[in-house]
Design a protein around this ligand. Structure first.
Ligand code: GAP
Length: 513
């Protein structure tokens, strides 16, 4: 088994064992690509959402937040293009009866070529040592150049075929590349077909009056249909943004990779309304701003890259993904899309209502353009969680599992541990918990030896442990133990709140933006 698969398996089992993510309705054997967030997962997810929300709504005078309903008038999805164009190309393998996204099969093939490039680079870096110039190597080494050209040509052809809806050519490409079913190795493929990803449902009780609805496949449309309401009631001037977080639903063909691709998931989206002609500037601005938001978490600059889209969605004139190095390779984490006036104009057409903005500076009225930032909260969770899960071999040879979450995101900020369960130590520890819990998430634990309790908190990602011992009763001091360094410091009980509080506050992250 590859180390990547190994690492990913560890992520999934750690998430379950320590109460972060459970398969949905597990006692009924689960439901494919649907997951529940457990006691620690819900807290981590809330913290991520708060970090995003505050960075958008609290820090920007010209961005406001809303919470629109999941159910929307069905014509919304006609106007947005989802009824006609929200399709994925699917292909079945006749032997294995497995269903795949045709574009993903090709992209996975390209990822293998990219992995070969990385291997060549690694080998060369070892060979040349300190003198190694990666950029020069990549542009001159014949084998690497050939790999790169091949990968680019494949992606270009895939993009063009999808753009033209030439599904026969997508199949031809799969055959030419000799792509086989990842499970069985069979190359016996069906034709490629389009498959709409929206879930349908019904509103109303009686069969004849019930209205066909869709579960929203993105939160963005809840923002577009409220554009004028928010602009007028908030007296907003362009440029301004509307942010929203909430559930979205997609009947994904291939739902795999744990919470990376789910059928029910949560998005955090912001639509930034701008004057036409300024989209290039704002598109660049939001690309840079969003990358900064990610980098502030300290997960490593080398784990992010931009990927500019070859094939644009039906609404976009430019689009890029921020990709993250997940345990299974670089994959999309967030999208930044220049959506032009597509959505508002289309809603105008379908409703007959004007969605114009009067610009006092230009002295004209127009349909605003939009640059959107759209990130999956579950994918963000997976990025942070998988990056944080670390195994360290200690001096005594034992292995320590530690979840090195950014402190501001950790479900519990401090665990208070009486050294022993007697002599008044539990009482003092509980009184410390009683005081700290007003400021941040604090837990009490008296079970097992203190070393084992430290390990458990390490695995949960708790950045600080406070240990109450006999000396604490005499001089009102405790031991503060740091998760990442395992260093311990004697501090006054009265100082805990200030020392820990400053490190675990979301403000600490926000100040880096
Ligand atoms: N409003 C634009 C939009 O929805 P998208 O690229 O389809 O764009 C945006 O989705 C983000 O939502 C993705 O970058 C990803 O993080 C997340 N996302 C999309 N589909 C998902 C799924 N099936 N499971 C989990 N997250 C998903």
């Amino acid at each position: 088994m590859s180390t990547q698969t190994d690492q990913f398996k560890k992520v999934i089992s750690h998430a379950k064992e320590y109460g972060f993510v459970f398969p949905s309705s597990e006692i009924y054997d689960g439901l494919s690509a649907v997951y529940d967030y457990a006691q620690n997962g819900a807290a981590l997810k809330n913290n991520l959402r708060t970090y995003w929300w505050k960075s958008m709504v609290q820090l920007n005078e010209n961005i406001v937040g809303i919470d629109a309903a999941i159910f929307m008038h069905p014509t919304t999805w006609k106007a947005s293009g989802h009824v006609d164009a929200f399709n994925d190309p699917l292909i079945d393998n006749k032997t294995s009866k497995k269903r795949y996204r045709a574009d993903v099969l090709v992209e996975d093939h390209v990822a293998k070529i990219e992995a070969k490039i990385e291997k060549e680079v690694e080998k060369a870096a070892k060979r040349f040592g300190a003198d190694f110039d990666q950029a020069q190597f990549k542009s001159t080494n014949p084998r690497v150049v050939a790999y790169q050209e091949n990968a680019a040509a494949i992606l270009k052809r895939l993009g063009q075929s999808l753009e033209k809806e030439d599904l026969a050519d997508v199949k031809a490409l799969i055959e030419e590349l000799e792509i086989s079913c990842p499970e069985t190795g069979s190359r016996d493929w069906t034709e490629v077909k389009q498959f709409n990803l929206m879930f349908g449902t019904k509103l109303g009780a009686s069969a004849d009056t019930a209205m066909d609805l869709y579960l929203r496949p993105e939160t963005a449309q809840g923002i577009f249909v409220n554009f004028l309401n928010v602009q007028k009631t908030g007296r907003m001037k362009l440029p301004f943004g509307i942010a929203q977080t909430g559930k979205a639903f997609r009947n994904e063909i291939v739902a795999r990779q744990f919470i990376f691709r789910m059928r029910e998931f949560e998005q955090m989206e912001m639509q930034f309304f701008i004057p036409p002609g300024t989209q290039q500037k704002w598109y660049e601005h939001w690309k840079a701003t969003r990358l900064k938001w990610h980098l502030a978490l300290g997960l490593g600059k080398e784990n992010y890259r931009f990927h500019d889209h070859e094939k644009l969605a039906h609404y976009a004139d430019a689009a890029a993904d921020i990709e993250f190095r997940f345990p299974f390779g670089f994959k999309e984490l967030e999208g930044i899309h220049s959506r032009t006036d597509f959505d508002l104009s289309s809603h105008e057409k379908y409703t007959g209502k004007k969605l114009h903005y009067f610009d006092p500076e230009r002295n004209e009225s127009y349909v605003p353009y939009v640059v959107e930032t759209s990130i999956g909260l579950d994918r963000m969770f997976l990025a942070v969680f998988s990056n944080a899960l670390t195994e360290e071999t200690l001096e005594d040879g034992s292995v320590r599992t530690v979840l090195k979450l950014p402190p501001a995101l950790a479900p519990t900020k401090v665990a208070v541990l009486p050294l022993v369960k007697k002599d008044g130590l539990p009482e003092l520890a509980r009184s410390i918990v009683g005081d700290l819990k007003w400021s941040f998430e604090t837990t009490y634990d008296e079970k097992d030896a203190v070393g084992r309790r430290y390990r458990r908190q390490d695995a949960l990602g708790t950045p600080y442990c406070v240990t109450v011992d006999h000396q604490s009763l005499e001089d009102q001091t405790v031991t503060l133990r740091m998760r990442d360094t395992m260093l311990q410091e004697r501090i006054a009980i009265n100082d805990i709140k200030q020392i820990v509080g400053a490190e675990v506050a979301i403000e600490k992250l926000l100040r880096k933006l």
